[in-house]
Design a protein around this ligand. Sequence first.
Ligand SMILES: [Zn+2]
Length: 257
Amino acid sequence: MFRSVVKSASLFLLAFFVSALPARAVSLESLTDSEKQLRISIFNKVDPVLAKKKEKGTAPLFTYRQFYAPLNKKERAFLDEIRAVDPDKIEGASRPLPPPAPDTEFVPLGKQVTIRDGKSIKLDPQYLPRAVYDAYQAMMAAMEKEIGKRLLVESGYRSPAYQLYLFLFYMPKHDFSIRETNRHVALPGCSEHGSPARQAIDFITPGGINGEDHPEEFEALEEYRWLQRRAKSFGFYLSYPRGGKSAFEPWHWHYEQ
Ligand SMILES: [Zn+2]
């Protein structure tokens, strides 16, 4: 009798502790207040690390090791939960894509100048895998010859770790919802920007049009119409057309060999 009382008491205690543990899966609908706090503390620790990499121009090559290094156990666990989100459980175009092979050669784009808020600015340094870099250069040479215009690379390769950072960064814009953010920013490991096998480029004009807030501005460009006609002959394809599962992104083209 005594034994079974002890047994049921410990079962009760066990059930109590298990129910008191935080849920292991992050909510897809909206972050909890404590998850929002974790997000802020992660940025406070990681932003200085990333700022140094930005100074050196190597932010797109940010690694998970560098991301996790300044964080505590709880913060790391929170990142793990985001990385464990199953893209099949949410609508949107996110699908796991192969990461870069360890020997991938990333070519820096060099200085790119555009206009922002009426001022001439230098774009953050960008990288493309060798094959994609060569295809991009060939395509721009043809565009220049045929319509006298070129497009710049606003965003080329970015590592899965950098993608995770951006995903977290953009969450407030989408009500802290993973489901909603995923309609605009791919989950880490699912972005064409992080997978040389399907490497994406986000284009911007030298005049500063990138379509980010107004896709129709990019859609109206002569450069866009040229891409629609000619990009495929250089191996580039529009990833998110109008009416798809993800938001329309006329500036985002991926490469396929
Ligand atoms: Zn993109």
